[in-house]
Design a binder for this molecule. Structure first.
Ligand SMILES: Nc1nc2c(c(=O)[nH]1)N[C@H]1C(S)=C(S)[C@@H](COP(=O)(O)OP(=O)(O)OC[C@H]3O[C@@H](n4cnc5c(N)ncnc54)[C@H](O)[C@@H]3O)O[C@H]1N2
Ligand code: MOO
Length: 484
């Protein structure tokens, strides 16, 4: 059968459709409480409100003496402890400091009631006669070097909005503000299915066969976009094998590689037809990657992949496609059974097999889809001037690997659809409009998702699944506190 005629939609429209595709699923996903040590790289599902005042008590900002009133100040003559150590950080409630007295205090220690300032150790002299004198060069100012309770926030203040990426700094702030665990957006579960009998998983290419470049790349890329990768499976180029793998996957998003075109073993479209899937995007006016697709699927009738028989999907014979978008491939899917009318849908992103075309599909369809499912804000593609002219496609957008040099985007060579040499050295992908762009033209540059996830290791759960699948004081200088 000849491939059905497809009219690709524009690249910006494809991204907008992908961003909207899973809004319902995102809204219905319950947040996941994670201990702080497991929350790095996640997204806050609720605003972070302070559970305490910060600082929680008036605190000394310096090692020195807590003072009450104008000097000179009488030093304590009591216990050894008071004489030599004074008030240390971590001590409980302290006795009030009478007017005209001073007591040794450490940075971070609770300032005693009645203290009016802290004098740094290098600015005062204890001559051993029981009196403390401030150096003439550093007259004491009321409140100096005391961090007052609530200076940074009051209990209940919103520190960060929902949707914030949990970075190491966010973990630190959350701990300081009293959190042991954080409400995070549930990570969408993704399964990667690599199609192609010509692919080798090790060694050198031989006998017309090549190494699988997408299996090692796509899972980590999706994880960098915030997904939980259930596994990467390599499938035989057989219609029933591809059909069963997609039909039975328990993932929220199935990502296939290869098999999107119209060759004799390109099984993605026929599989979607058999599943009665709704094609949201079927080809995009972008180079490379134009055969990429996005489909909505009924949820597999199983909680865990491979544990039970699927009965939620029915095979339907293929039929010519409706050219209108969104399309239903084949006859309309049978209506959902009344007992589970509003089950969330699954999605399938079909990446073309040419490796750079697959990258294009990741940034065009997978990134906006996962952005919605992970609750992350839309990235702001920074425009940059092109260091040299880039030839365009007459009708399609081009995505070209670039590196930054002196704030200009330098197009990289080796940017053919089958090549990864350019993208592996790139800082981003420049969006070249149809017709091309002259030297100096400001173009959008899509970020690669490494920076946000560089610190994030695969969770232990991800690592275990991959093994089984095998088939990824800058001080606040407050008015009261002198410069350090
Ligand atoms: N008659 C047409 N043929 C092709 C068209 C077209 O419009 N009409 N489009 C071409 C474009 S553009 C692309 S991109 C590819 C997309 O093809 P598929 O998604 O079906 O991918 P395959 O045919 O399976 O593979 C294409 C190419 O990529 C290599 N490949 C596949 N998987 C991997 C992998 N995991 N690692 C490394 N390389 C991989 C595969 O060996 C092929 O060389 O279709 C064109 N054809
Ligand atoms: O999607 Mo293809 O990469 O243009 O070869």
């Amino acid at each position: 059968m000849n491939p059905p005629h497809r009219s690709p939609i524009s690249w910006p429209d494809a991204r907008a459709i992908a961003a909207r595709a899973a809004v319902k699923e995102a809204v219905h996903a319950a947040p996941v409480m994670r201990p702080l040590f497991e929350a790095l790289g996640q997204v806050l599902a609720a605003p972070l409100a302070a559970l305490t005042d910060l600082p929680p008590f008036d605190t000394s900002a310096m090692d020195g003496w807590a003072l009450s009133g104008p000097g000179p100040w009488r030093l304590p003559t009591g216990t050894e402890d008071q004489n030599h150590q004074g008030i240390l950080a971590g001590h409980g409630e302290t006795v009030p400091l009478p007017d005209g007295h001073a007591v040794r205090i450490a940075t971070g220690a609770r300032v005693p009631p009645g203290a009016t300032a802290v004098l740094r150790s290098e600015y005062g002299t204890d001559a051993g006669d029981g009196w403390l004198h401030a150096s003439a060069a550093h007259p004491v100012v009321l409140g100096q070097d005391i961090r007052t309770r609530g200076q940074e926030c009051r209990s209940g203040d919103q520190l960060l909005p929902a949707g914030t990426l949990v970075t190491p700094a966010v973990l630190g702030l959350a701990a300081a503000a009293g959190y042991d665990e954080l409400p995070t957006v549930r990570r969408p579960r993704v399964e990667v299915l690599v199609l192609g009998d010509e692919l080798l998983t090790e060694g050198l290419p031989h006998d017309g066969r090549i190494r699988d470049a997408l299996g090692p790349m796509v899972g980590p890329w999706l994880r960098a976009l915030g997904a939980e990768v259930l596994g990467t499976r390599r499938l035989a180029d057989e219609a029933d094998v591809v059909y069963a793998a997609v039909a039975e996957s328990s993932a929220d998003v199935v990502v296939t590689t290869g098999g999107t075109a119209a060759g004799p073993v390109d099984h993605v479209h026929p599989t979607l037809r058999r599943l009665g899937a709704e094609l949201l995007v079927d080809g995009v006016a972008v180079r490379p990657g134009h055969p990429m697709l996005l489909a909505r699927l009924a949820r597999a009738n199983r909680e865990n992949s491979g544990n039970r028989e699927s009965s939620g999907n029915r095979e339907t014979p293929g039929s010519p496609e409706n050219a209108e978008a969104p399309k239903t491939v084949g006859p309309p899917a049978p209506p959902a059974p009344p007992e589970r009318p509003s089950r969330p849908a699954r999605h399938l992103v079909g990446l073309p097999g040419n490796p750079l075309a697959a990258v294009s599909g990741l940034l065009t369809l997978a990134e906006p889809l996962l952005r919605t499912l992970t609750g992350r804000p839309a990235p702001d593609p920074g425009p940059a001037p092109l260091a040299e002219a880039v030839q365009g496609h007459p009708r399609d957008t081009r995505l070209v690997p670039v590196t930054f040099r002196q704030d200009a985007a330098v197009p990289l060579r080796f940017n053919g659809p089958a090549m990864l040499r350019g993208i592996a050295a790139a800082d981003g992908l420049a969006v070249i409009p149809p017709g091309g762009a002259k030297r100096g033209t400001e173009v959008d540059v899509l970020d690669l998702p490494w920076s946000a996830s560089a610190a994030e290791q695969p969770s232990h759960a991800d690592q275990a699944r991959q093994r089984t699948a095998q088939a990824a004081d800058g001080e606040d200088i407050s008015p009261q506190e002198g410069p350090a």
